[in-house]
Design a protein around this ligand. Sequence first.
Ligand SMILES: Cc1cc2nc3c(=O)[nH]c(=O)nc-3n(C[C@H](O)[C@H](O)[C@H](O)COP(=O)(O)OP(=O)(O)OC[C@H]3O[C@@H](n4cnc5c(N)ncnc54)[C@H](O)[C@@H]3O)c2cc1C
Length: 391
Amino acid sequence: MPSVISTDVLIVGAGVAGLWLNARLRRQGFSTVLVESATLGGGQSIKSQGIIHGGAKYALHGALTGASEAIADMPRRWREALAGDGELDLSGVRLLSDAHYLWSPGTLAGNLTSFFASKAVRGRVDQVKGDQLPPALQDKRFKGKVYRLAELVVDVPSLIQRLADLAGDGLLAGHSIEPLLEGGKLVGLKVDEHEIRAQRIVISAGAGTATLLETLGISRPAMQRRPLHMIIAKGPGLKPLYAHCLGGGTKPRITITTHPAADGQWVWYLGGDIAETDGVNRQPAEQIATAQKELGQLLPWIDLSTAQWATLRVDRAEPLQTGLTRPDNAFLAEEGRLLVGWPTKLALAPDFADRVIASLERDGIQPSQAAPLPDLPKPPIGVPAWEQLLP
Ligand SMILES: Cc1cc2nc3c(=O)[nH]c(=O)nc-3n(C[C@H](O)[C@H](O)[C@H](O)COP(=O)(O)OP(=O)(O)OC[C@H]3O[C@@H](n4cnc5c(N)ncnc54)[C@H](O)[C@@H]3O)c2cc1C
């Protein structure tokens, strides 16, 4: 006998987008079920660098674009949530850094000075020197300029743990998903042995969304993957650094974030241009050698002699874009009861939830008196890549 469940909003995919939305909806009194086929946050979210962008990086394109406008409010919203008085209570989530930095090695500094003095970024970006520099840049050999961005970096595993706690009894480890139709219309999903009816169904399954839509017989919205080849270094000589190192183009040459490993050491996680096209085409050993060379040139005083290295291939999942432009905002498409989307950035999870909530409000969807949920099997929490690759 299938178990029959009724809920207000059924969400599929428990990365940051699904978990954040789930917590917001529950706070507003909606009943929810959040289905995850693998691990909580283990898709892109725990593999991300955890930077809560405010748009300054995008302003490097020369002008404030739509991206800068839409994303500008995210650091404030996250800060309030982390302080326990925002749209969610995320007190207890570990803040890795209260700021992210832009660092221009040597020759580029001239151009940047006039850029940062411009009206567009004033008040959001301050130059730092001396003992205000991030610890890894405090060396007399350091040349170049460093700007502090009003952005933060969160410890994503502790974020996912907190959002899982806020999910209460609504999490469901589910593998096989089929449409639940009535009169040819989608009214819910069959998840393993459960028939789950819902007023709205939200698909936030990251890179799994395209396959899931196929299963449901739906062809839009189309998805794209953007492959990355990230580099991981763990070692006793590493000091905290959260910075985009600029290379003259519109993309950071390298973006370094620092994360705590379970054994107490620091991990440097390297992304940015080095992890994109050329990096994707490199074999892991070549990719590690490229990173070692870059770091050797940029930060020769950092002792990497005993560091352990690994690389991680992971795709960003986004709505299909025309050309090479990156998505600026969270994306949500709607058809009947079905809502499908991607936050496009961890930082934009609040924007993704806003879009779903606006859709419910527009359609007059209210919390109903749903029956209590049965005891459902729970998905485990994802594990950071360095714990698997460099235990
Ligand atoms: C290397 C890297 C670094 C990044 N750094 C940053 C950063 O610093 N700042 C930032 O803002 N953004 C960053 N991003 C982007 C950010 O990680 C993503 O935009 C965000 O995590 C996407 O969240 P999500 O919940 O949509 O997807 P995911 O975290 O991928 O979650 C989707 C979930 O759906 C589940 N799922 C898939 N198919 C099914 C199915 N059929 N049934 C049930 N569940 C299913 C998956 O198992 C997964 O848990 C980075 C991304 C990458 C890859």
